[in-house]
Design a protein around this ligand. Sequence first.
Ligand SMILES: [Zn+2]
Length: 308
Amino acid sequence: MSRTTKKRCFPLWIIFILVILVIGLPAVLLYSDIPDLSKYVLDDSKPEPVDEPDNTRAELEEEEPGEDYEREISDPFEDDNQKEVENKITEEGSEDKEELVNDKNDSDHDHESDLKVVSDGDYLLTLVTKETTLKSRYVPSNLQPIPSYMNPSYDMQLREEALWHLKELWDAANEEGVTLSIRSAYRSYATQKRIFENFADQHGEKEANRFSARPGQSEHQLGTTVDFGGSNVDFSAEFGQTDQGRWLAENAHSFGFAMSYPEGKEHITGYVYEPWHYRYIGVDEAVEWKESGLTLKEYLENQPQYFD
Ligand SMILES: [Zn+2]
């Protein structure tokens, strides 16, 4: 009797060990993959991994995750700038990293109550910086759909006046053989909030804020700002050296657009170099800005500003 039991138990032990191996081993492997998986989930809403070709980006767009995510974000890759800042950090080396660590306690977040609240985002010369904030409920007036030929991938919007001048800019570039695309335009407060939180989860708030604006502090919420692309190095510092980047730097102001975050001015603007990010401020104003040689932030600080 007891012999029979032992005989039965022996195969049961083997089965037990096999079950542990079958279930346990994949579990361990899966667990070890979690950091990578989470990275890709986050990256899904953001720029593609470095050197990934454009068509992969398009594939990712189609696989866009949550429903509510799709509802809120018309352009999943809008905030762009992660790749740029990663390059920047690599170039700058460890000194700046130390500075960043030291600055961590000085987070802008602590000073939220000191932020100046912009009265009217529709005012074209409104100062949008890390010291000001647009209201969460502010939505620009006269938002119009950007024609699909400028970017067939997404539905994007821009304020009517800015869009009209963007079309002129587009045609002028085209005539000179420069092919542009629009990678991002209007973004709501809610969209920006989600984007920034994703980046903050990945990089920490302070670091994320070098290349991504906090909600209420993005010029994209104004409905007058676009991220240009069309090269194979979109959303990187190298974009500034492409035909598109050079043409924009030389000509965009003639159509009312100003580059908000020029190279080497992070200590003034608070953001890394973004040769693709342009904001419409009016033709006369943009020409005046260009001639001033100031950053857009400095130029706008010299214009009348209205806060609540
Ligand atoms: Zn931008």
